[in-house]
Write a protein that binds this ligand. Structure first.
Ligand code: PBG
Length: 329
């Protein structure tokens, strides 16, 4: 059937037709909000490259959690910034580490909120790498031992789900093994499975003070040119026991999201990363983009590409827009 019999504009003519025909909608139930907590007391510091995003000391974080709860966001992912960093990422797994204290504090007050913890070394190492370093090299298997300690300590503190983000081979399997050994077989793992060595993490590294002191992350994060390799990463993480797999960043990798969706029936998350957030915020500030429409469209694209869950710094703003009826606008 062709023009003039078929006219695609027919279903675009009226608001109610457009709504009826709409294929994708955003829901707050699928959003995960990243929250930064830092050591110390009484502080709330805006991240300079991420307007509207703050780092909180544990005693101040309630304000942000309240906002997320009010917005109807079911889950947060916590990142910690410790005062002390060392070569072994000790503050990532000690019982009174920033994340462990933060998880206990939040879980106590908001038992129904899903708390996901990021399992990585880079915020806790003095060199900023996601692994143990020896002679300028990032060691995989030595790092797994630390990763196990971090995940276990976070779950012991009350985390509902752990999310390894360091791109070490075997991390998911190592975490599954240690959690099962300690009877945490019901705690799911969300694997940062296809995580690219991306320039879009820049603002996050500001926020988390986690920029590598030497070199870059290309010996463990993926080459932006590759998609078949991403399918291998996803497959391996599923075999190792990942419950949710993730593609990160999101917008520059929509093809990867779509490909994973077509090939695997596992729950799929996508991380709309700091740079994706800051780009829109910056352009809007300059008056070059309509902020709300741009953030809506960017996030909708991630869902349309096939992501079930979206980690996004826009979560609270988007939830408000969802409530205001943007899905039906
Ligand atoms: C830690 C980690 C990073 C992000 C999430 N977990 C940074 C990195 O790999 O350098 C990035 C998130 C963002 O940019 O919003 N490994």
């Amino acid at each position: 059937m062709y023009f003039p019999i078929l006219r695609l504009r027919r279903l675009r003519m009226k608001d109610n037709f457009r709504k009826m025909r709409r294929e994708t909608r955003l829901s707050s139930s699928n959003l995960i909000y990243p929250v930064f907590i830092q050591d110390g007391r009484g502080k709330k510091v805006e991240v300079s490259s991420m307007p509207g995003i703050y780092r909180y000391t544990v005693d101040k974080v309630e304000e942000e959690i309240e906002k997320a709860m009010e917005a109807g966001i079911p889950a947060i992912i916590l990142f910690g910034i410790p005062d002390e960093k060392d070569s072994q990422a000790t503050q990532a797994w000690v019982e009174d580490g920033i994340i462990q204290r933060g998880v206990r504090y939040i879980k106590d007050r908001y038992p129904d909120l899903i708390i996901i913890t990021d399992v990585c070394l880079c915020e806790y190492t003095n060199h900023g790498h996601c692994g143990i370093v020896k002679d300028g090299k990032i060691l995989n298997d030595e790092t797994l031992e630390i990763i196990k300690k971090i995940a276990l300590s976070q779950v012991e503190a009350g985390a509902d789900m752990v999310a390894p983000s360091g791109m070490m081979d075997g991390a998911v399997g190592a975490i599954r093994e240690v959690l099962d050994e300690y009877n945490y077989e019901d705690i799911p793992i969300m694997a940062y499975a296809a995580k690219y060595a991306s320039s879009f993490y820049g603002p996050f590294r500001d926020a988390a003070e986690s920029a590598p002191a030497f070199g870059d992350r290309r010996s463990y994060q993926m080459d932006p040119a590759n998609i078949r390799e991403a399918m291998m990463e996803i497959e391996l993480d599923i075999q190792e026991g990942a419950d949710i797999v993730m593609v990160k960043p999101a917008m520059p990798y929509l093809d990867v999201i779509r490909e994973v969706r077509n090939r695997f029936d596992y729950p799929l998350a996508a991380y709309q990363v700091s740079g994706e957030y800051s780009m829109i915020k910056a352009a809007a500030k300059l008056g070059w983009l309509d902020e709300k429409r741009a953030m809506w469209e960017a996030t909708l694209a991630i869902k349309r590409a096939g992501a079930d869950l979206i980690l996004t710094y826009f979560a609270i703003e988007l939830s408000k827009m969802i409530k205001e009826g943007w899905n039906e606008a």
